[in-house]
Design a protein around this ligand. Sequence first.
Ligand SMILES: [Zn+2]
Length: 236
Amino acid sequence: MKDLIKQLMQLQDIDSRILEKRLFIDKVPLRIFEVDEPLKQARAELEKITQKTEALGKKKKDKERLLEEINEKIKKMKSRISDIKTNKEYQAHLKEIESSEREIGGIEEEILLIMEDLDAVVREHKEKERIVRSEGDKIDAFKKKLDLEVSAYEKELSVLKEERVSLASLITPDIYRTYMTLLGSGNGVAVTKAKGEICLGCNMNMPPQLFVEVRKNEEIIQCPQCQRILYYEEEQ
Ligand SMILES: [Zn+2]
């Protein structure tokens, strides 16, 4: 195999690895954003439950205040009994007290129901808090793992870039330019294998005579379809 073909293959290998690592690093914010979604949702649900708890607490307090007012009213009514002169007035007064006491019974029942709701909501609140904590822990662990991977990749990238500079200096400028153009137009693949008269870059057939030339690995031969530089490798 001619050195030039070998160098182009090595350059492609380095560029593919650089591209893969860059892609990984570029995708990190998106991956964090995606992983963040369950935590955001859990926080929103916790907020909703908090509001529900507060609303129920306020409702309970309002009912309790009302209860106090009616109790106060009953106490006053009872204290006035001795002032009542006629039986008719007395009966009416008793009726009023009874109706207020019935009202109290109703309110007490309402308070019990509110307390049951509150119990359920408080339990739910605790559960949502637990979910928020565990989702937070999960994201922290994920971010830590990503940070380690990114710094390892960045180190590898700087080594690869150095290798690339010395390798690229061996290739003549016009061939290097062609390579770079193909790298851009070929989605990161400028040099590709030919296997059984097929270009593995675009999966198209090539003329048999061209494949014979490619097999020699002696000069730069481009795929007639995708223009990528072709090389041949003996099957293991
Ligand atoms: Zn091709």
